[in-house]
Write a protein that binds this ligand. Structure first.
Ligand code: ADP
Ligand code: MG
Length: 468
């Protein structure tokens, strides 16, 4: 029995900080904040945590022991011993050494000293390798990502009951696969901190596998992966043609799947299009849920832009946002690139960002397609009038007749897409209109293209004629 304790070891404060980063505020407040003090005995390398009740200890042991162990090894180094002491109400100043005062319960109570040696599995198992900024909060929802996003959130809530196993997310480059699977992993860790979540790219998995093979440690490699609760492998198309890596992954996959652990995979194409992949793996990829992350439509591109512009404290006018959203249509990564370039441009040139500036920066950042440089506005006008059976003079006039307006807008849209002319110049060339009218026209045509399949294929047909 003691009445006095040395002050809390400063390294324990560092441990608490790491623990706090890995838990929700509520978990941390409930289970770690009540730890009254911690003192470290150098010679024995023994850390004693003073806790208010045995229940706290049991709960920590049951739910956070791996986290605790990892953090202790990281901060204090290997081979430290951990001891818990239950301290009574601080008001009477009595501290009870649990082991010393209740020896008979030592064998039945879980409170005792145990050695924190080298964690049984490698340390990195608890470092999930997740990117902290790729959260659900930073992921803008839209029609193109609704299904994978909804399923991802469901899995993060309830990984045990997931019938979506594996969750196989596929989609083109820059559509948000890596971001989404990271967000699932982060939410999972937040809600289920006891789960071992690991994010790994297929490429890194393969490198680790080759290294393990060279060092004769294949068994360690496989058993490490088999100990994961939620395994996220990004870009599995990279396994193509790598038979041995595929075999190792096959064993891991089976083990995890049989034991109800969650697998989340991404690929740049659906399983049917994966060449050089073993059939038995492809079959397994289809066991759970295949969800496509589609190319973002113009609305989602606009929403993402607005979100990023707001987050970065920038000020882009609505026409500028619309202009970018309409012209940068392949990947969200490109959208981000354009926002960054515009930000730099406006700083360097100390200017407001208007549509003209945006256009210049876009053509430099993501390049213009070749046809854009080749076609002239005259060719576009000629083909468009012919295609819609309109008179060129009507299109250039002030006529508000619906068929004429449509032809005029399509011509503007195509000029925007396939020439290097600014919207101002396009406006002048097509009936002396101002650039805002051109921007509006392009916007309404691209919305209609997104929404109306019939219209989309007609415009496509016209574009083919133009390129011929
Ligand atoms: P992929 O893995 O499919 O190639 P990423 O996940 O790397 O694509 O996404 C590219 C960039 O776009 C990332 O910076 C990501 O944050 C961003 N991004 C993708 N989808 C969204 C979205 N829905 N909302 C916000 N940002 C997104
Ligand atoms: Mg990716």
């Amino acid at each position: 029995m003691e009445t006095h304790r040395p002050i809390t070891d400063s390294r324990w404060t560092e441990c608490l900080r790491l623990i706090e980063n890995n838990l929700t505020q509520q978990q941390f407040q409930t289970w770690f904040a009540p730890i009254r003090s911690a003192h470290f005995e150098e010679e024995q390398r023994e850390l004693t945590l003073c806790i208010p009740s045995p229940f706290v200890h049991e709960y920590i042991e049951a739910h956070f022991v791996k986290l605790l162990r990892t953090v202790l090894v990281r901060v204090y180094g290997n081979g430290i011993k951990l001891k818990y002491e239950v301290t009574t109400d601080a008001t009477n100043g009595i501290t009870v050494d649990f082991e010393a005062t209740t020896p008979s319960t030592v064998s039945t109570q879980p409170i005792r000293t145990y050695a924190v040696n080298q964690a049984p599995e490698p340390l990195q198992q608890l470092d999930s390798q997740l990117k902290p900024e790729y959260t659900f909060e930073n992921f803008v929802e839209g029609a193109a990502n609704k299904l994978p996003l909804t399923v991802g959130k469901a899995i993060a809530q309830n990984p045990k009951q997931s019938t979506f196993n594996p969750l196989f997310i596929y989609g083109g480059s820059g559509v948000g696969k890596t971001h989404l699977v990271n967000a699932i992993g982060l939410r999972l860790k937040e809600l289920h901190p006891e789960k071992r979540v690991l994010y790994v790219s297929a490429h890194l998995f393969q490198v680790q596998f080759v290294n393990a093979k060279l060092q004769n440690k294949i068994n360690d490699f496989i058993s490490f992966y088999q100990s994961i609760d939620v395994l996220i492998i990004d870009d599995v198309q990279e396994f193509a043609g790598l038979e041995k890596t595929q075999l190792a992954f096959f064993h891991i996959f089976n083990h995890l799947h049989q034991n109800g652990r969650q697998l989340i995979l991404t690929s740049d194409r659906p399983p049917v299009a994966l060449q050089g992949m073993e059939d038995r793996l492809l079959t397994r990829f289809k066991w759970g849920l295949l969800a496509e992350l589609e190319h973002p439509d113009v609305q989602l591109r606009r929403d993402i832009l607005s979100f990023k512009v707001r987050r970065d404290g920038l000020q882009f006018s609505t026409p500028v946002i619309n202009f970018i959203a309409e012209h940068v249509d392949k990947s969200i990564r490109d959208l981000e690139g354009v926002v960054n370039s515009l930000m730099v441009y406006s700083l360097v040139h100390n200017c407001e960002i208007d549509v003209e500036v945006a256009e210049r920066v876009i053509s430099r950042t993501i390049g213009m397609t070749t046809p854009r440089a080749v076609l002239t506005i005259e060719q576009i006008l000629e083909h468009t009038c012919h295609f819609f059976h309109l008179d060129r003079s009507d299109v250039l006039s002030q006529s508000r007749k619906a068929s004429v307006v449509l032809g005029r807008q399509v011509a503007m849209y195509l000029a925007q897409k396939h020439t290097t002319l600014s919207t101002t110049k396009i406006g002048i060339a097509i009936g002396r209109r101002n650039h805002a009218t051109v921007v509006h026209s392009c916007q309404s045509i691209s919305q209609r293209i997104d929404a109306d399949a019939d219209f989309r294929s007609r415009v496509k047909e016209l574009e083919e004629l133009l390129k011929a």
